[in-house]
Structures are given as structure tokens and as C-alpha cells.
Write a protein that binds this ligand. Structure first.
Ligand code: LFR
Length: 490
């Protein structure tokens, strides 16, 4: 039976990786070719991403993957995914090298979605189109950093900035353009901009016009499974002397993660848990009701035209940002597994539950101090030790997950008796058990690398190595990965 090899470039908010996959009808093997750190860059004018650095790391990682794949028939294609909503702006600048793709150059480092500049953008957008109407059009939960609010904050709705900008490309599309010279808007990630109509799944040109955005700001939408192009000639020396085809996958990392989740029944829910916990269901139809709007549930575009009906719950960000604060304070690396072990010993009666959705926890900064402030304001005792704070955060995240699971079941009228936990959070046993306990549902944990798997599976299907529906692709995960089940204890 044929086996093909594919490289997945998967960029997360705290790290990126290039994963080499060997995929066949009975084969799903992953090896990490490269891993590199990522994070916000604190510039005087706000939080940015070091996208040039990420491109460099991705290219080096692809070179490593090419080498590792050499003896076994080489790499058939490359796919890229990353976090959503953020974008680079491109302009036709004087002195642009005419061989630059489309003659366009990047205007500055892309903003990080945790940058606080968007509040004014939210107001500007809602003045033109009230949120309830926006929701009916785009089906998206309110997140202050959705692309349309960021564009408004960049004063791209009107004014001189708008005239200077030729095109906006979401992060994976920008990297794809740097690799191939071709520009498309991959469909799943495009759906997170707030500018795609939930019914037509195409750019909502009327909405864009009402917001004062140029209708050609983003390129044409293309579905996962489309071949974007081949890597540019100039990159050949970095890629073992070859030009590699780049295939569009679910380029929103969460879309790929859901492809890579072995959902056992249509009633099974998922929690894709990394920096964020994305909690919800895969649906054939969008749910755009007053109740879903009030519960802040989103209808993001999934692979194969499905909908990701979910809500963003603050995930392991709260833990990692807490550890970073302690690292800055003590100058010493903090070990999460050791802290989690100690956290487990904290008596149940002493556990404080905070509201993880409080907006104060969104920007980077001193998380222990913010938790303390939250507790003081809510007449709750402040966790007094590191283990107590870690336990508070884990249980509070689990409480957020449990509430979102109940909402998903109610809003989509599903039973939801099992929850698949995938991504980095699936390795956190304390979190998985707390989620089972607090939701009263079985939590089936794994695979940890669901996003890379989803990316690779769509590439393999595009190459003809695999065929069928998402359910058929997920069969392969069920056969090759053994999950850990956590049963509710109360
Ligand atoms: C997860 C994720 C979420 C999105 C957030 C910001 O990595 O992509 O789905 O809401 O990051 O882009």
C-alpha cells in the first residue's frame, strides 16, 4: 500500500514546529523535524509577532524534513497552519524588487492579537454595524481581536492608511505567499476575520463596503485541498535542491486540530486545548440564534464545509503566563509537572474558582497579581502558595470548560456524553480529570499532536494517498493512537 510523506508547518502562540508525517491507509507516523519558540515582541507601539523569524525557522525546519524524508521517497507536499485572526499588510512600495511576489512588500511587523489597541476598533465597527446584526451575518463569537476590529484599529476603514494598503494576508496565507509567490485566503482561517458570510462562506462584500473596507483587501478564498503552488526558485537551495508543492490545509490551527480529533460520534464534543481551550462540536449546519450569540458561541468554517461550533475559553495561557511571571521573579525555570503534583495535594475545600473569562487575563503580564486582584474584588481568599494558585487555575479552567460543554449541548441540542481533549492540555492529567469531574462526562485525552495530524491528513488526501470523509481520516487516528480515558468521580 502506498505511503507518502508530508511536512506540516504548525505555528502556535508559544512555539512553532515542522512535523514530518508518513501517511498511508494503515500508516500515521509523525517525527518532529524542528521546534522553535514563539511569543509576543514588546515594541514601543505594541505587541508584535516576529514573523520574519518564524519564516526563517519554518524554512530551516522544512530543510530538515526534506533531509529526513530523503531515503524514503522524499516529501510530496507542505501544509501550513497557525493561530487565527492576525494578518500582515502589504503595499506596493517604491523600490520594491519587481520579482517580489505580486510586487508587494510587507508593511511592518504584524500585530499580536493580545495587543490592547483593538478597543477603539470594536467601537468603530459596532457604530457602523451593531453586534447583533454582525453576528447574524458572520456567525462569529465576540472576541475583541477578531480581524475586522483590528483592521478598524489600524484605521483601515477610511483615511490615508487605507489608500496605502494593497492587500491583507492572514499569517498562514502570508507564509504561503512567501514560500510560493501565490496569494489565496484559505477558507477556514478566512472565516475568523468576521468578514465572511456564514451562509455563503464567501467574502461579505456588502459588509465590507459598509465598514469602508476595500473589496479586494483579501485575496480569493480557496478551500483546504487546493494546491497553492510550488516553492519559489530562490528557496530551492534551502530545500535540498527541490521545489515543493504547498497544499492548503485547514490553515486555522483549530480547524486542523478538529480534523485530527478522533470524534467517536456526532454527539462527541471536543476541547482543543493549548493556549486557548476551544470547546464545542462539529456541525453540518451553523447555529446562529439569539441564544448562541448570548452564550458567545462561534460558527467558524471547518474543513469540508463543516462548522466548528465552539467558544474560546482561556486555556493553558493562564498557567504558562503564571510560570513566566515566577521565572522573571526568581530567575529560575519553573517545572510545571512538579507544580501540578503539588497542586493535586491541595485540599479540595481550599480550592478557589475564578472566572477565567475575565478580560483582565488576556494581555501578557503578572498573572498571580491579577488573580489576587480578582479574588480581593470577589471576596474570595487569594491562593496563598504556588501549588494553591496552580490548582486554582487548573480547576477554574476546567470549570470554564464544563460550562462551555453544557452550553454547546444546549445550544446545538445534542447529548454530549463524551469529550475529546486534544493538544498540549491533553497531557495535563489534573486538568483532564477536573474537566471530567466538573462536566460529569468522560474525557478521552489525545492525541496531543492533533493539529499536525489534521494538517498532514488533508495533505495526504489531496495527494490521493487517503480518501473519503473526515470520519474515514479519523479512523486512521483511532487505529494508530491510544487515548487515555478520565471518568467523572463525582
Ligand atoms: C488557537 C487560536 C484560536 C483563536 C486564537 C487567536 O491557537 O487559533 O482558535 O481564537 O488562537 O487566533
Amino acid at each position: 500500500r502506498p505511503v507518502t510523506q508530508h511536512a506540516a508547518v504548525d505555528l502556535g502562540a508559544s512555539s512553532g514546529r515542522v512535523v514530518l508525517g508518513r501517511v498511508g491507509p494503515d500508516t500515521l507516523e509523525l517525527t518532529e523535524a524542528a521546534r522553535f519558540a514563539n511569543g509576543p515582541v514588546h515594541l514601543p507601539d505594541g505587541l508584535r509577532w516576529n514573523l520574519l523569524g518564524l519564516f526563517g525557522h519554518a524554512l530551516t525546519g522544512l530543510g530538515e524534513a526534506v533531509r529526513a524524508a530523503e531515503d524514503d521517497g522524499g516529501i510530496t507536499s507542505v501544509g501550513i497552519d497557525s493561530w487565527a485572526v492576525d494578518y500582515g499588510l502589504l503595499a506596493r512600495t517604491a523600490g520594491t524588487n519587481s520579482s517580489a511576489p505580486g510586487g508587494l512588500s510587507l508593511l511592518g511587523a504584524p500585530f499580536h492579537y493580545r495587543d490592547g489597541r483593538t478597543a477603539a476598533g470594536v467601537q468603530a465597527v459596532h457604530r457602523r454595524v451593531p453586534f447583533a446584526e454582525l453576528y447574524r451575518r458572520n456567525g462569529l463569537q465576540f472576541l475583541p481581536f477578531n480581524t475586522l476590529y483590528q483592521l478598524a484599529a489600524d484605521e483601515l476603514l477610511t483615511g490615508p492608511a487605507a489608500a496605502a494598503v494593497e492587500q491583507a494576508l492572514l499569517v498562514p496565507d502570508l507564509l504561503g505567499q512567501w514560500l510560493t509567490g501565490e496569494a489565496r485566503a484559505e477558507a477556514t482561517n478566512a472565516s475568523t476575520t468576521g468578514l465572511v458570510n456564514v451562509d455563503t462562506q464567501n467574502w461579505d462584500l456588502e459588509l465590507m463596503e459598509r465598514l469602508g473596507l476595500a473589496r479586494g483587501l483579501f485575496p480569493e478564498i480557496a478551500a483546504p485541498g487546493t494546491t497553492l503552488g510550488e516553492t519559489r526558485d530562490e528557496l530551492t537551495p534551502f530545500l535540498g535542491g527541490q521545489r515543493l508543492p504547498v497544499t492548503l490545509v485547514g490553515s486555522h490551527d483549530t480547524a486542523s486540530a478538529i480534523v485530527g480529533t478522533p470524534l467517536s460520534t456526532p454527539d462527541a464534543a471536543y476541547i482543543s486545548c493549548g493556549t486557548w481551550g476551544l470547546v464545542g462540536l462539529e456541525l453540518e449546519q451553523a447555529v446562529v440564534t439569539d441564544a448562541s450569540r448570548e452564550a458567545n458561541f462561534t460558527n467558524e468554517g471547518g474543513v469540508d464545509g463543516r462548522f466548528r461550533f465552539l467558544t474560546n475559553v482561556m486555556g493553558t495561557w493562564l498557567l504558562s503566563e503564571t510560570l513566566r511571571t515566577w521565572e522573571r521573579e526568581t530567575g529560575r525555570a519553573q517545572d510545571l509537572p512538579t507544580l501540578l503534583e503539588a497542586a493535586e495535594q491541595v485540599p479540595e475545600a481550599d480550592v478557589v474558582i475564578i472566572d477565567v473569562q475575565d478580560e483582565r487575563f488576556v494581555p501578557p503580564g503578572d498573572m498571580p497579581a491579577r488573580v489576587g486582584a480578582w479574588c480581593t474584588e470577589h471576596d474570595a481568599p487569594t491562593p496563598a502558595s504556588k501549588p494553591a494558585l496552580v490548582r486554582c487555575l487548573v480547576e477554574s479552567i476546567a470549570a470554564g470548560f464544563a460550562r462551555a460543554l453544557d452550553d454547546a449541548a444546549r445550544l446545538a441540542e445534542r447529548r454530549v456524553d463524551v469529550v475529546h481533549m486534544v493538544g498540549g492540555g491533553s497531557l495535563n492529567a489534573l486538568l483532564c480529570q477536573a474537566t471530567a469531574d466538573r462536566s460529569g462526562r468522560d474525557v478521552v485525552a489525545g492525541p496531543v499532536e492533533a493539529t499536525a495530524i489534521g494538517n498532514l491528513l488533508i495533505q495526504a488526501r489531496t495527494a490521493g494517498t487517503l480518501s473519503g470523509e473526515l470520519e474515514d481520516l479519523r479512523e486512521l487516528i483511532t487505529r494508530s493512537h491510544s487515548p487515555v480515558t478520565y471518568r467523572p468521580r463525582r
